[in-house]
Design a protein around this ligand. Structure first.
Ligand code: SF4
Length: 87
């Protein structure tokens, strides 16, 4: 997956570093370091960080590899979508 953090918007609240410590880390009081190409296995933690960021500074783009890690459609309650399905 690809990540971009709008560092002009980021206020250093560190919610992302708490929820996805393998991807985000605080450097000092307010400086954020992050891996812009986090591994697909980190997707759930990164999505939690995106949701928790109080200023919406984290933008996430899923790649084909990330889509391959999505749960099977039958495992997604109420979903009519079939991501990556063959037809
Ligand atoms: S949660 Fe948002 S505001 Fe806080 S450090 Fe992370 S990106 Fe910045």
């Amino acid at each position: 997956m690809r990540l971009v953090v709008d560092l002009n918007r980021c206020q250093g609240y560190a919610q992302c570093a708490f929820l996805a410590p393998d991807v985000f880390a605080m450097h000092g009081e307010e400086s954020l370091l992050y891996n812009p190409q986090a591994a697909a296995e980190q997707r759930q933690n990164v999505e939690r960080a995106v949701a928790a960021c109080p200023v919406g500074a984290i933008l996430l783009e899923l790649t084909d590899e990330d889509m391959a890690h999505l749960p099977a459609p039958d495992a997604v309650a109420g979903s009519g979508a079939r991501p990556g399905g063959t037809r």
